[in-house]
Write a protein that binds this ligand. Structure first.
Ligand code: GTP
Length: 351
């Protein structure tokens, strides 16, 4: 089975962190999201993944080379300066996907425990054109919401006004599609699959839903990204290697990648996810935060509820408060206090 992964969006809501990396390469507990996606697809019986990207995303993926997990990986590239949206890339990849078998399409920015075999079985049993993975959430109004009749989707409303949601079941961003779908997607332009294509398939009575029970997270906004890391860290439990505190204190859960060094009397955690080769000085405190690789944090700094991009320097006694996002390669000088929800562009110096 083939899968098309939509990964060519601009992740505007995750700026400035997304200025230098596509969403699908954001680390989730020190592993790129795309690797989590590949692993799950491979387990679900997929043997080929097609990445629907723009030229820059392709460049970053080729450079980072996340493990392919046994999948054959190909690229389908949006035309320059003409992003194709969530539907256009499906049409663009028509030849690569082929016209014989149903295939999977999924958003490259979701972390989801999807049983792809179950999704495919539901698809075949219903002779559907679209089978949408569904997830039940408390507040569905910022997602696509469905109304079901048995397994059939009776209605699909993209981002309904609050209070007018037909149910709590939302589009989990993963589908099985039959090749007939190509007839419903216009060529060579941006198409929203949710707004332009799905309503037509509902009308044709060929769209069904399949509920997923496991974890589901969208990492589209900074707080969602941070939350996803924390939830997944919790779910990994004892499978994650515990650091050996040597003069510093650890409040679990935490995750350390290779080459992390921590100075004396520092307090790490809970929920400190620290990337490769990060150097932490003495008397530093880090909690509820994701620190990307090659960051240096000087003595006495404190970081709480922040995301710190790759190669950042955090000066002595600097303070990063809740919701701060620091772009790659920035320098936060000594004694700087970054107030709640501050965002620092890549390569900036803040004094
Ligand atoms: P925001 O700008 O923050 O809304 O993010 P986005 O547009 O990157 O993501 P959105 O949640 O709107 O899109 C869902 C998925 O479709 C993501 O995995 C995107 O990477 C992907 N996607 C969105 N637009 C395009 C596009 O024009 N081309 C391709 N190939 N993929 C896209």
């Amino acid at each position: 089975m083939k899968a098309l992964i939509l990964a060519g969006g601009f992740a505007t809501r995750l700026r400035p962190l997304s200025c230098a990396r596509p969403k699908t390469l954001f680390p989730i507990v020190n592993k790129p999201l795309l690797q989590w996606i590949f692993e799950r697809l491979a387990r679900g019986g997929v043997n080929e993944a097609i990445l629907a990207v723009n030229a820059l995303t392709q460049f970053y993926i080729r450079q980072q080379k996340p493990p392919k997990c046994g999948l054959k990986v190909r690229f389908s590239i949006d035309p320059p300066r003409k992003p194709l949206g969530t539907g256009g890339p499906v049409k663009k990849a028509e030849k690569l996907l082929g016209c014989k078998e149903p295939f999977i399409v999924l958003n490259g920015d979701i972390f989801a425990d999807i049983d792809y075999k179950k999704l495919l079985d539901t698809h075949k049993r219903n002779n559907a054109m679209v089978t949408m993975a569904l997830c039940s959430i408390k507040d569905p109004c910022s997602f696509g919401v469905v109304e079901l009749n048995g397994e059939a989707i009776k209605r699909f409303v993209e981002k309904p006004p609050k209070g007018q949601e037909p149910s709590n079941l939302i589009n989990a961003g993963a589908y099985v599609l039959s090749p007939e779908i190509f007839k419903y997607i216009p060529e060579n332009r941006a198409v929203s699959i949710e707004r332009e294509v799905f309503p037509k398939i509902v009308e044709a009575k060929r769209m069904v839903g399949c509920c997923i029970d496991g974890l589901w997270m969208d990492i589209g906004k900074p707080h969602e990204y941070l939350e996803a890391n924390k939830i997944i860290l919790d779910s990994l439990g004892s499978t994650i290697e515990k650091p050996k505190p040597n003069g510093f204190k650890v409040n679990y859960p935490v995750a350390f990648d290779h080459g992390v060094s921590i100075g004396e009397k520092s307090i790490i955690g809970p929920y400190a996810i620290i990337g490769k080769n990060v150097k932490v000085g003495r008397n530093v405190s880090i909690s509820d935060s994701v620190i990307f690789s090659n960051v240096e944090i000087a003595d006495g700094a404190s970081i709480e509820g922040a995301v710190v991009g790759e190669g950042v320097y955090v000066g002595k006694h600097a303070k990063l408060e809740k919701g701060c996002i620091v772009g790659d390669q920035s320098k936060i000088k000594d004694n700087v206090d970054l107030h709640e929800n501050s965002a620092v562009c890549p390569a900036k110096e803040i004094s």
